[in-house]
Write a protein that binds this ligand. Structure first.
Ligand code: DC
Length: 208
């Protein structure tokens, strides 16, 4: 059983994916962390983000169990991840790693930008989770403030829009709703309502 969840930053797809994995007894992979881990390694080494051979080598040696979400969640690493995500060879390397994870029993929930379209096109269930840029910026700003990080709604909104643009306009595996994905717009939903809606979609697919 593979569940593919795609959508833009701060749409709620990460929380939903984790909760769905718990609920259905599946493993979970936040594929954004794989791009972030490679970006972070390049930044630490002071290497240019466009150095694809080195990026591929880092990806090849990536240990999924060592990816620390707390360390990798910074704004700077997110930006760098979005920049290296245009590199086709790097994507190929990471997609192989992600597929191996997905295909290991008993299956998994993967979330990202290209799971339903590229990584797991045959997933049993596909969701595209989105929300208006303003709703996402509000959530992201509140989340940062609650962690004691200085955040400004307007600049968070600008950043999100820029990242959406880059992630959806790149030529290789752009962020896109798969033709057979169910759209879940969480603009007017709290996380509990969104979770119940997602469980319903998965349960329906399991019955088929
Ligand atoms: O979901 P996130 O914010 O952690 O992702 C960081 C960047 O990684 C995102 O801006 C684009 C890239 N990414 C991608 O290209 N494909 C994925 N499946 C996941 C993330």
């Amino acid at each position: 059983m593979i569940i593919a969840i795609d959508g833009p930053a701060a749409s709620g797809k990460g929380t939903l994916s984790r909760r769905l994995a718990d609920h259905f007894g599946l493993r979970h992979l936040d594929t954004g962390l794989t791009y972030r881990a490679v970006a972070a390694a390049l930044l630490v080494k002071g290497l240019p983000l466009g150095d694809e051979p080195i990026a591929i080598e880092i990806a090849h040696n990536l240990d999924l169990s060592q990816m620390d979400k707390t360390v990798l969640s910074s704004h700077e690493i997110g930006e760098a991840a979005s920049r290296i995500a245009i590199l086709g060879g790097l994507r190929q390397e990471l997609v192989e790693l992600q597929r191996r994870f997905a295909e290991t029993p008993p299956g998994a929930v993967l979330d990202g930008r290209d799971i339903g379209t590229v990584v797991c096109p045959d997933a049993a269930v596909k969701l595209f989770v989105t929300a208006s840029p303003e709703a996402r910026a509000r959530r992201r700003t509140d989340e940062m403030i609650s962690k004691g990080v200085d955040a400004n709604f307007v600049s968070v909104l600008d950043d999100l829009k820029r990242r959406d643009e880059r992630d959806s306009q790149r030529t290789v595996a752009p962020m896109k709703q798969a033709d057979d994905a169910v759209l879940l717009d969480t603009t007017e939903m709290d996380i509990e309502t969104a979770f119940q809606a997602a469980v319903e979609v998965v349960s329906r697919a399991k019955d088929i």
